[in-house]
Design a protein around this ligand. Structure first.
Ligand code: ADP
Length: 487
């Protein structure tokens, strides 16, 4: 054979160590597959060996392999299809269950549990289902805890006597408790989401909440217009969360009563000073005049000493009324109650008043039967009540008028009325006549020997008995002072 050293496969083997070609053999007149490799001896290439095989044979073998692969592919597809069906069923169903359960949880229904397949939730899906159920339980617990806390807070807020208003970061109302709603005459539904000025229209409150939203706690006093409370103490503070200030809260306390008490106390101190000073000044004046020589005149001396004595009596009366009041007010002196016959109490008081009444030609009618049921009370204190009420009735009734004392019993409560046909009391004074030192006409009361303490002593004694006092009056026609006693 000719030298085959130039054949492409041999050249390739020369270059790359192995050569493979497919080409047409002119010698055999067919397409052949050639392969050539070097032959080595003692590490040196001594020649090349070349093999050839007709392609038809190769192609036959490849066909067999191809068919095998195709069959295998069809089988694999079939097996794969069946497997994926089985898997889809075993994975898809639990996943669908989970999706459904998740949607129900989102709606707040925690009742649905996902069945855990396999003992102990062995496979991943089982573990997932277990984790899912655990998550649902934890979520339910947290949500019920949160809603419990919210309910508790709402109950506390609505039971609070103080008003609470909370706003969000932008100043819109988030919450108003019941007290706040009734204080500002607005419902929470109307107020929620509105700006404070829009819903409540109180500049001080809006300004203070703005300060709090800027991080500055504030406290101030407000005045409201009737019908609500007149004086309010306002405290505002920022609401802080993880991201900083998320809004502000205002607490409003009704301090109208406190203000009134403060006022009453200030008035009391200045009244006591004034009341004590008047007779002292008068005594001092008369004594000085006497010392300046007036006492040489016996008649003047006599007259001045009479005035000084009266003023001293007044001083003593004020002091004894004050002592009486303070002993009634002190908690220690509990009153001793025993069954008291009202008629005899009134008679005892009449013994003190009768002369004064007769001097002014005023008739006193007592419409209480001697056998009127006894009431539990302190007899001496009750005599004092009637003395004060009758003394007033006589003092503030014109000559020739009349006074009536009556009593009735209803449902375990005794009610006593002392009515007169006197000068009466204008409506604006009625709520204050039981206050200490409150007198409608100071000069007249002083002239009549009043201290302004009579009615407040009556009120105290009646309240110590567990009863209440009241008054009704028509100016120019007369007044009725009433009190109740339990039992
Ligand atoms: P006073 O010592 O001045 O009588 P009170 O506390 O007893 O003080 O009464 C307070 C005021 O109430 C009196 O100053 C008087 O103006 C008025 N008042 C009390 N009782 C009567 C009455 N029966 N009729 C009219 N006014 C009365």
């Amino acid at each position: 054979m000719e030298n085959h050293g130039s054949r492409p496969e041999v050249l390739e083997a020369l270059r790359a160590g192995i050569g493979v070609t497919t080409r047409y053999s002119a010698t055999l007149g067919a397409r052949l597959r050639y392969i050539a490799m070097p032959v080595e001896s003692d590490g040196a290439v001594v020649g090349y060996v070349r093999l050839a095989m007709p392609l038809a044979q190769v192609e036959r073998s490849t066909g067999v392999i191809g068919r095998f692969i195709a069959n295998a592919a069809v089988l694999a597809t079939l097996v794969g299809f069946v497997l994926s069906l089985v898997l889809a069923r075993s994975i898809g169903n639990p996943l669908r269950d989970m999706a459904l359960a998740a949607r129900q949880i989102a709606r707040g229904d925690f009742g649905r549990k996902i069945p855990v397949r396999g003992a102990g939730g062995g496979d991943e899906l089982g573990q997932l289902a277990e984790s899912f159920n655990y998550m649902a339980e934890e979520l339910e617990r947290s949500i019920s805890e949160i809603s419990e806390r919210k309910n508790r807070m709402e109950t506390i807020l609505s039971a609070m006597a103080d008003s609470v208003v909370a706003v969000d970061r932008s100043g819109r109302i988030l919450l108003m408790n019941r007290a706040a709603c009734s204080m500002f005459g607005i419902s929470e539904a109307q107020a929620r989401g509105k700006y404070v000025l829009e819903a409540i229209r109180n500049h001080d409150l809006a300004e203070s909440l703005n300060l709090a939203r800027a991080g500055q706690a504030d406290s101030r006093e407000l005045r409201l217009h009737p019908p609500g409370p007149s004086y309010l103490r306002l405290h505002t503070a920022p609401i802080l969360d993880r991201n900083g200030i998320s809004g502000a809260v205002a607490v409003l306390q009704d301090v109208t009563d406190l203000k009134r008490l403060e006022q009453v106390r200030t008035d009391f101190v200045s009244n006591v000073s004034h009341e004590l000073r008047t007779p002292v000044t008068s005594i001092k004046g008369f004594v000085d005049t006497l010392l300046d020589g007036a006492m040489e005149d016996r008649e003047t001396l006599h007259r001045f000493l009479g005035i000084i004595s009266r003023e001293a009596d007044r001083l003593a009366q004020i002091i004894s009324d004050l002592l009486e009041l303070s002993s009634l007010e002190s908690k220690g002196s509990e009153i001793r109650k025993s069954p008291v016959a009202l008629r005899s109490v009134v008679d005892a008081a009449l013994g003190v008043i009768q002369d004064k009444a007769e001097a002014r030609n005023i008739r006193i009618d007592v419409e209480i039967e001697p056998d009127f049921p006894r009431v539990p009370g302190d007899e001496d204190l009750l005599v004092q009540v009637f003395v004060n009420l009758l003394d007033n009735a006589v003092k503030y009734t014109q000559e020739g008028g009349s006074v009536k004392v009556s009593a009735s019993r209803d449902d375990g409560t005794t009610r006593v009325d002392v009515s007169d046909t006197g000068i009466g009391i204008a409506p604006e004074h009625l709520p204050r006549v039981f206050e200490r030192f409150y007198r409608i006409d100071k000069a007249r009361s002083r002239q009549l020997g009043g201290t302004g303490l009579g009615l407040s002593i009556v009120k105290h004694i009646v309240e110590r008995h567990g009863g209440t006092v009241s008054v009704s009056s028509t100016p120019g026609k007369g007044s009725t002072f009433s009190f109740t006693l339990p039992g």
